[in-house]
Design a protein around this ligand. Structure first.
Ligand code: NAD
Ligand code: UGA
Length: 450
């Protein structure tokens, strides 16, 4: 076997992951291949297709040396004996399981390309997040080959967007699942060596394939569930006068609960939490585990309710009508430090505000291009990079993304240019509410009465 590594799929996962693997394994050739010419062109330019702190530097350190981006998927497969598959696995929108199951068409297409183009034995690594037992189907496709042997491993990725490079460089754990026979163990060992160049061995966990696939879904479901849990408490806080930040602080100091993922807000966004929880719901139902399915589905239902509540409260604060009023969305990315807007709470909120016939102006330091695509269906929306201009003559500002740059704005100046009663809804609880109130704003926040 040679030491070269290919990755099919140059997206949010394939690009950063392979860039770090290439940087940490300068003696290996790493080829990232994608069917999208535009994406590959962007990876080969100075204007990378995704914004991620530190990514530009890592790519610059090895691109053209041992890291290559190409649309020639077939050549990448032939040149490399370890092949990662990091293609998209969105929720199915048609046919059986629509709205819940993962759409595996891109993934199966990748498997069939590997089968067609392989010129020797290969280790195939699932990097995409997949339903449990997908490796079985992949093996079923690949084992139809008469000449060559394919070993399918599961190596799910745990990085979060916005901190991808740091997460890749300092992972809590790297998980590698594989068949427990001799061939499987050798393949696991080959992949362990890729990560062991920078990750200490005690953080590299090896399991059977099904535990690995299951652990990825379980990790995302547990994280999403924490957000829905704290958001459920935030609704109750708004009714009772309890303060969600104080409650979260109390909870977090219990070391059994822990302090992370307890920030109430507009609900989770991003391409994965909703998709993966719905996939889990589908899996549970398909095994007849209806109580388990209902339990996990409630995490998504709670998340949707949080976004609806934000709009309901906004309408109520503006005398039960938004018709003709101007609303500024501060932030459109699903979280700070990314330009990614997939499943962003800001989109749901924007659509609900538009249903109330509000005019929208959207500002965001990195996500305006994506926002313009996502909101192209709305008649009355404008996009403004400068938050001061975005806020001019608006009735309300909804802070949707926790960008640092919003914490240091001159709110007095913004207030002076707004229409009265100048509402600000801090859905991320990042601003100084007492100061805003003193300036004259009518202030709403999640999980507290201001
Ligand atoms: P993405 O849409 O950004 O990237 C997927 C890429 O695969 C696209 O560029 C697409 O053109 C390419 N592609 C699709 N079919 C192909 C084919 N047959 N051959 C070659 N290229 C093909 O998606 P993403 O955000 O990178 O997510 C990919 C997978 O990783 C998903 O399963 C996701 O759940 C998982 N994941 C994502 C993250 C994240 O932070 N985004 C984190 C952990 C896991
Ligand atoms: C998440 C997981 O954190 C990663 O481990 C995983 O690899 C990834 O999904 C994936 O499988 O795609 P990501 O979605 O990039 O990563 O970002 P998170 O930091 O998890 O944030 C997700 C959403 O939850 C964001 O909208 C964020 O604002 C929200 N969130 C997060 C809260 O509302 N409160 C919190 O306390 C934390």
């Amino acid at each position: 076997m040679n030491r070269n590594i290919a990755c099919i799929g140059a997206g949010y996962i394939g690009g950063p992951t392979m860039a770090v693997i290439a940087q940490k394994n300068p003696d290996r050739k790493v080829i990232v291949a994608d069917i999208s010419q535009a994406r590959i062109d962007a990876w080969n330019s100075d204007d990378l297709p995704i914004y991620e702190p530190g990514l530009q530097e890592v790519v610059a350190s090895c691109r053209g040396k041992n890291l290559f981006f190409t649309t020639d998927v077939a050549a990448a497969i032939r040149e490399c004996d370890i092949i990662f598959v990091g293609v998209n696995t969105p929720t199915k929108t048609f046919g059986a399981g629509a709205g819940y199951a993962s759409n595996l068409q891109y993934w199966e297409a990748a498997a069939r390309t590997i089968l067609k183009e392989a010129n020797g034995d290969k280790i195939v690594v699932e990097k995409s997040t997949l339903p449990v037992r997908t490796a079985d189907s992949m093996a079923a496709v690949l084992h139809t080959h008469r000449e060559y042997t394919f070993t399918v491993l599961s190596n799910p990725e745990f990085l979060a967007e916005g901190s991808a490079i740091n997460d890749l460089l300092n992972p809590d754990r790297v998980l590698i699942g594989g068949p427990q026979d001799e061939q499987g163990k050798a393949a696991i060992d080959a992949l362990v060596q890729v990560y062991a160049t920078w990750v200490s061995r005690d953080r590299i966990l090896t399991t059977n394939v099904w535990s690995s696939e299951m652990s990825k879904l379980a990790a995302n479901a547990m994280l999403a569930q924490r957000i829905s849990s704290i958001n459920a408490f935030s609704a109750l806080c708004e009714e009772t006068g309890a303060d969600i930040t104080e409650v979260a602080n109390v909870l977090g100091m219990d070391h059994r609960i822990g302090k992370y993922f307890l920030k109430a807000g507009p609900g989770f966004g991003g391409s994965c939490f909703k998709k993966d929880v719905l996939n889990l719901v589908y899996l549970c139902r398909s095994y007849g585990l209806h109580a388990c399915a209902d339990y996990w589905e409630q995490v998504v239902i709670m998340n949707d309710a949080q976004q609806e509540r934000i709009v309901e409260r906004t309408v109520k604060a503006l005398f039960n009508t938004l018709a003709g009023k101007r609303m500024a969305l501060f932030g459109f990315a699903f979280k700070a430090n990314t330009g990614d807007t997939r499943e962003t709470p800001a989109l749901t909120v924007a659509n609900l505000l538009a249903e109330e016939h509000a005019d929208l102006v959207v500002t965001d330091p990195k996500a305006l291009e994506n926002a313009a695509k996502d909101l192209a269906h709305l008649p009355k929306v404008t996009f403004e990079p400068d938050p001061y201009l975005a806020a001019t003559n608006v009735d309300a500002i909804l802070v949707m993304t926790e960008w640092d740059c919003y914490k240091t704005l001159d709110w007095k100046q913004i207030y002076a240019n707004m229409r009265q009663p100048a509402l600000i809804f801090d859905t991320r609880n990042i601003l100084d509410h007492a100061e805003l109130k003193q300036i004259g704003f009518k202030v709403l926040a999640v999980g507290k009465i201001i």
